[in-house]
Design a protein around this ligand. Structure first.
Ligand code: MN
Length: 255
C-alpha cells in the first residue's frame, strides 16, 4: 500500500503532521505539500514559472516531508506525473484547518489536492476539521485512520472515488457516528472588507464565507452540526444534466 499525502495549509501545518502520524503502519507514506499556506487556491496549477521540490526533513521514525513552491494541485500533479515514479494506491489531503462543506469545496485547496489524485484515477480522500484552531487534532487523526482502514478493508479496486470528510473538533471524534451526506449550500460570502493602505489607496480583503443556507437533513452542514462525521462522495462533472434538454431545445441548432 502506497499513500501520497498532501494538504493546502502548507508543509509545516499541524494538520498535515497529524494525518501523517495517523497513517503510521498503514503503508508506505510520501508527503508532498505546498511550501506556503495555499488555502482557497482551488485546482490552480502553476504554469507561468517552474516548480521546485525541496526536502523538509523528517523526525526520526517519521516519513520525510517534501514541499513544493506551488499549489496543492501542483504537489499532487508533480508527484503523479514524474516525481514519484510510481502510482500511489491512495491520495490523502489534510487535515485542513476549518470546514470544507457545501460551496467551500469549489474553493478548497484541500479538496483540490485529493481531486487531483482522483482526476488521475487514484482513489482520494480529503479531511477537514469543522472548526479552525487545530483543537482535538489527534482525535481527527484517529477518525482519518479508521476511515482509511475501512476503505482499505473494502478494497480499492474498481472505479476511483473522491471522499470529502469533515470532522467535528471533539476529543471523542472517533466514537461519533459517520453520515454519508450531500453538499449543502452557503449564503453568498460576507461583503468585501475595504481599507486604506499607507499610501492612501483603497485595498480589499475577501470577506469570510457566508453561513449555511441549505443545511437540511442529509447535508454535510447538518451532519456535523448534529455531532456526526460527514462523508460526502464527490464527482467532478459540472454539467447541468437537469437542464440539458431545455438548453438543447433552445440553443442546439442541429435539426
Ligand atoms: Mn486550508
Amino acid at each position: 500500500m502506497r499513500i501520497l499525502i498532501a494538504n493546502d495549509d502548507g508543509y509545516l501545518a499541524p494538520g498535515l503532521a497529524a494525518l501523517v502520524a495517523a497513517m503510521h503502519g498503514l503503508g508506505e507514506i510520501e508527503v508532498i505539500a505546498p511550501e506556503q499556506n495555499a488555502s482557497g487556491t482551488s485546482n490552480a496549477l502553476t504554469l507561468n514559472r517552474p516548480l521546485q521540490v525541496f526536502e523538509g526533513g523528517a523526525a526520526a521514525g517519521s516519513p520525510r516531508v517534501r514541499f513544493v513552491n506551488g499549489t496543492p494541485s501542483d504537489c499532487v500533479h508533480v508527484a503523479l506525473t514524474g516525481l514519484l515514479g510510481y502510482r500511489p494506491d491512495l491520495v490523502l489531503s489534510g487535515i485542513n484547518q476549518g470546514a470544507n462543506m457545501g460551496d467551500d469545496t469549489l474553493y478548497s485547496g484541500t479538496v483540490a489536492a485529493a481531486m487531483e489524485g482522483y482526476l488521475f484515477g487514484v482513489p482520494a480522500i480529503a479531511f477537514s476539521q469543522v472548526h479552525k484552531g487545530w483543537a482535538e487534532l489527534a482525535a481527527a487523526g484517529q477518525v482519518a485512520r479508521a476511515l482509511v482502514q475501512q476503505v482499505l478493508d473494502r478494497g480499492l479496486g474498481g472505479t476511483p472515488f473522491l471522499l470529502n470528510v469533515n470532522i467535528p473538533n471533539r476529543p471523542d471524534a472517533l466514537s461519533l457516528p459517520s453520515r454519508i451526506t450531500r453538499l449543502g449550500r452557503r449564503h453568498a460570502s460576507e461583503p468585501v472588507i475595504a481599507q486604506t493602505n499607507p499610501r492612501g489607496e483603497t485595498i480589499y480583503w475577501i470577506g469570510p464565507a457566508g453561513d449555511a443556507r441549505e443545511a437540511g437533513e442529509g447535508t454535510d452542514f447538518h451532519a456535523t452540526a448534529s455531532g456526526c462525521v460527514s462523508i460526502t462522495p464527490l464527482q467532478v462533472d459540472l454539467t447541468d444534466h437537469a437542464r440539458l434538454p431545455d438548453w438543447r431545445a433552445h440553443l442546439d441548432s442541429r435539426p
